[in-house]
Write a new protein. Sequence first.
Length: 496
Amino acid sequence: MSNRNSAADYDIDMQLAKAAGIDAFALNVGTNTFTDQQLDYAYESAAKNDMKVFISYDFNWYSPYELNDIEVAKKIGQSIAKYSQKPAQLKVGNKIFASSFVGDGFNVDVMRNAARAAGRIEVYWVPNFHPGQSDVSKIEGALNWMGWDHNGNNRAPTQGRYVSVAQGDQEYKNWLGTKHYMAPVSPWFFTHFGKEVSYTKNWVFPSDLLWYNRWNEILTLQPDSVQIVSWNDYGESHYVAPLSSKHVDDGSSKWANDMPHNGWLEMAKPYIAAYKAGATSVANYIKSDQIIYWYRPTRRDVNCDLTDTALDGKPNGWQSLTDNVFVVALLTYPGTVTVTSGNNVQAFRLDAGATAFQVPLGVGKQKFVLTRDCTTVMTGTSLKEVSSSCVCGIYNFNAYVGTLPPGPSDPLGPDGLVNFLPGLKTNCAAKPSLGVSPAATCTSSGASAESSATATASVSDVPVATITSPPSSETEESALSKKWHSFTSRFSNKIS
């Protein structure tokens, strides 16, 4: 975020987050010289846009020695105090909310004393400490950052080594007891930095329908607060912010260009509303028909070894991915959704509510149609085709996310493309290429002869699966029994 020059540069992010129902941003910071200036801008913008923010210290920037160093802990405490009286500072009671990324071994007592001395404040400390690795008596709660199924060692699950996100929830809750639990929800994970940068890393976590499944887990779990991981980490492909959100490219444009994720934020809106109301079903919070879909631009067996930029080719964990188009239908009334992926065509009769399904990924165009009683409600074709060859010569296992009705165009800006070319071995232009989605064809009653014939063919000539949504179990009592629940999204370490 070093290229943001005023508080106004944060306004769009704040406004989009607020419109989605997000309450606060975790401002993930490191040790760069521009960090304080960017924090000033973010706090000012948040106040102007009726949002809250808090600092999350990225201890990945610190050595194990520094983590327990008294002077480091003092500086952190003084930093918390510096921003504690800003109007946008998130507080719990009269305590200043602060967090971290990792940090087991950090000297919490020294930090608290420094904050008291500098600002006469108490800190509500909810770091990303890990069960059994830190003293739980020193914290008010903890953030679980691990929002993907994994093998217990920060990689994709392997045979005999499988830890689900739900298992992580339970481990944290057992450790914390009645203390504050901030649960993660994340849509995807793919990172593919090669030798052209100093921070080489190359792996995936299986994500497929994670975004949908995890939201339903959140409604059942009802944790004290939830953090979206993340708002803008393009490098790990779990961003829900627009590509056009102002940032400087760290090299991730190689797999983020032409790969918008805005649809995931759209899908989250009714879930956020349901969570904040204490509901265990999203059904009553869906206000309009939407189809959200996502898929990788190639199948997992594509061979890019000769032209890829990473040292070890395919990302670790690639075998855990499935070759499907993933679809979530948010429907106000029952309907039939027909998906055409290349030569694969499948239709699904769906209840009202939120329903997920998947269709085998086919090379070529991706088309989606919603019909009711043989009448086309809306239809559209994705801007992104699935390719049989490597995109720009690399393994790109990021997700393209689209919606029906389609959203606005979302290209990367010039600063977001500055490191697109270094390392590439094929001719590929450093510019967006998707164009603009045409307006979806929608009808409220009746349809043209052409659209009606298309809808009839797609439903009657294709085997139709019937999927029943789970019934709503929301009650007035569940909404009223809600504890203090906050919803945050993570401004990734790109602020630092």
